[in-house]
Design a binder for this molecule. Sequence first.
Ligand code: BES
Ligand code: MN
Ligand code: ZN
Length: 495
Amino acid sequence: MNFEIQKRALSTVIRDDLDALVVLWPTQDAELLASKDPIAALVKSALQHGDFEHKAGSALTLYAQAGVKTRHLVIVSVADGSPSQVRTAVNAAWSVLKSVKVKRMGVHAPFDLTAKTLQVAASTLAQASYSYTTTLSQAKPRSLKWVVFSTPQVLAEQRAAVAHAQALVSGIEVAKEWANRPANHATPAMLADAAKSIAKGASFKCEVLGPKEVSKLGMGAFLAVARGSVEPLRFIVMRYNGASSTQAPVVLVGKGITFDTGGISMKPAPEMDEMKFDMCGAASVLGVFKALGELKPNINVVGLIPATENMPDGSAVKPGDVVTSMSGQTIEILNTDAEGRLVLCDALTYAERFKPRAVIDIATLTGACVIALGGVRSGLFTADNALAEMIHLAGESSGDTCWRMPLDDDYAEGLKSRFADVANVAGRQAGAVTAAKFLQRFASNYPWAHLDIAGTAWRSGAAKGATGRPVSLLLSYLLIQAEQKTLKLAASHRK
Ligand code: BES
Ligand code: MN
Ligand code: ZN
């Protein structure tokens, strides 16, 4: 999907040859209604007859209007133009237009659209018009290819917002695509190929390690999870360098369990299909790299993805087995279904070599996090207050929110083992926190944060599917970092 922004008056936009035109109508419309163009007259009459209201989502659907070149015309109220009202309005307009074949669509705001509102409008349209097609034999590809925003004023800020939205939407759609694919269409090797092709398209580096290299590195915890699967594991290393090589990178680590049966500690059958989504952390890292490649911000980012299936088998790891992680710590695997933390802990140790300024892991880690926070906010765990604040802020400003959870040492009591340095599970209580406490043992050499996205990365039931979260949050965080560095650099040049 492509977005564009133009500085235009409504009186000229109505002469454009588009497949559909959506006009966002504000509540403060005295000046607009006073104008002579045909749309003002239409709205005036509809308001008088009570057929149109100043209420977000109220829509006038018109066809082949005199004076308007585009056949499909939708006038939709955005009320006061807040982000959530714009979201409602755009969804309402799309629900009218989705049955029409719209390839090139105009979205006109006859008032000043803020950068934030533009982003919301673009990402809402992308979300509304998305549908998964890869494994459907009769699927129609999405018809909407171009969205031309227009507004009377276009400043650099709005142009940047459209570029950001464009990259964000590509990133989210990469994440959704890989997350939605069934596990037999998204094996560890296929994920690695996806990473390579994203890297190639944007000319950054991508290295893929297989079982041999991973054994050599001593990733005993990651290897233990992969033992039961016939699909060979992959360890994906992506490197985006947008700043000088002396600048410490941010490392993103995505859990890439392409299918989680639970292993020997097997999960019950109902809804087990949803465990194809257990690589949503990995998918979000791929999505962020896709967006970085398009936006090219001034920052260094490393992406690490430990990818494997978690399967039961004659050679699978067994409850009670003790393995040695790359860090040297031994782990008693009491429950083979707590596999995410096992693949992540070795990736966290691997991350040390980049001397990172921060490491963020993203994982569909615990059912307990779904119980704690549901599908609204992701769980955020970090002992670093500054990092917590920045990630929280990135969540608020992107609408892809998270909530900080505790990490008191008392929560680690249950992880004690008589047979190893640490056990991979504690009791039933505070399961999202004890999982984070396990990870924290492997992340002591740099500022670290963990996002548990088990509740937010996909929806169940009739609307089953990946959400693309937390690509927005992560991209916002990285762009804030890049901006801060640019500012600092400018300040040091001035000295
Ligand atoms: N991938 C699951 C977590 C999960 C479960 C996410 C349900 C979304 C919905 C993870 O690997 C897992 O199985 N975790 C266990 C941990 C337990 C054995 C300590 C869980 O949450 O039940
Ligand atoms: Mn599991
Ligand atoms: Zn899992």
